[in-house]
Design a protein around this ligand. Sequence first.
Ligand SMILES: *Cc1c(COP(=O)(O)O)cnc(C)c1O
Length: 388
Amino acid sequence: MKESSKFIRTQTQRSSQREHSVPLYLTSSFMFDDAEHGRAMFTEEVQGNIYSRYSNPNTSEFIQKVCDSEGAEAGLAFSSGMAAVFASFAGLLKSGDHIVAFRSIFGSTHQLFTQLLPRWGITTTYVDASKPEDFEKALRPETKMVFLETPSNPGLELVDLEWLGGLKKKHNFILNVDNCFATPYLQKPIEYGADLVSHSSTKYMDGQGRVLGGVVVGRQDLIKEMMFFIRHTGPAMSAFNAWIFSKSLETLPVRMDRHCSNALSVAEALEQHEDVEVVRYPFLPSHPQYELAKRQMKQGGGVVTFILKGGMERAMRFLDALEMISLSSNLGDTRTIATHPVSTTHSKLTDDERAQIGIFPGSIRVSVGLEDVNDIVKDLTTALDRSK
Ligand SMILES: *Cc1c(COP(=O)(O)O)cnc(C)c1O
């Protein structure tokens, strides 16, 4: 099957209404045919839906589509991206276990590593993506998991998945990749040896800024172990959100093509502007990991990060001078969004921690939307000129 067709999965089960699109199953529980059926469902001799905290036809459809597109054996859906990321740690690790993580990661994931997981005796060592030679030094006998984002938010640093997949053959760890920025349409970490892939489906999977959700897919045995955690702690995705996500996935390839071509044009235009110090975009030849990006990703993604001359004050003036582009902390929407990481998403980090992952007072993250690219570029360049 061709790549983009995998996102549009033919529905195999229909009700007597012969619907073309999967209906919304707003039901908290499912009935047993008789007492014996209920018993057999609970011992898992018979498979099926019992209760929507465990599974629901809408969440199952969504999970199946993500598994098909990532090339995964099994998966679980969550109420948010952070619930998914957290479950991939809490469902598999125990006190005394160690994680090696690449430093450039989502703000809340950083809070998990530094503030929350240590409460339960799970520790993390950071490695810089720019110094992969430090990676093996960070591994310990108790290292159970390696976690990373590629490209990272918002620095757009990449980690070489093929290299890491090779190291996995030598060391025994669970390779857990947050593939939120790339989506399975642009990059498939499982092909390189990742054991788990997580997503905030809030971003490109919905792509229309409507609902929160998360998903983890990967090795059957790991997903089964995580299932125990989610069944008994309850971070499951709602049927309504799953129904939205399933439909949204059908347009993911079309949307990503447009996000990526718009983002590349925006990156090229910003690079020409005299008040822009640096532009980061994986598919710009000036990106330090351009060759890797070309190898590992089909296109460069929908996010462009740049550093404005004039620091924090200029950045604030620039944001206020935008007219069409929204100010929001979200990304992966149809509409273009500009974010100032230092004062919002990464405000909890120290200056030092931010500098280590390439965030400076003049940094702006642009989640490039689906508008006409000329309108996006014009809004950005006009705001640059007005905020001098
Ligand atoms: C947004 C995001 C998350 C968290 O997802 P939520 O749905 O907001 O909980 C995790 N990782 C990355 C890379 C993200 O961009």
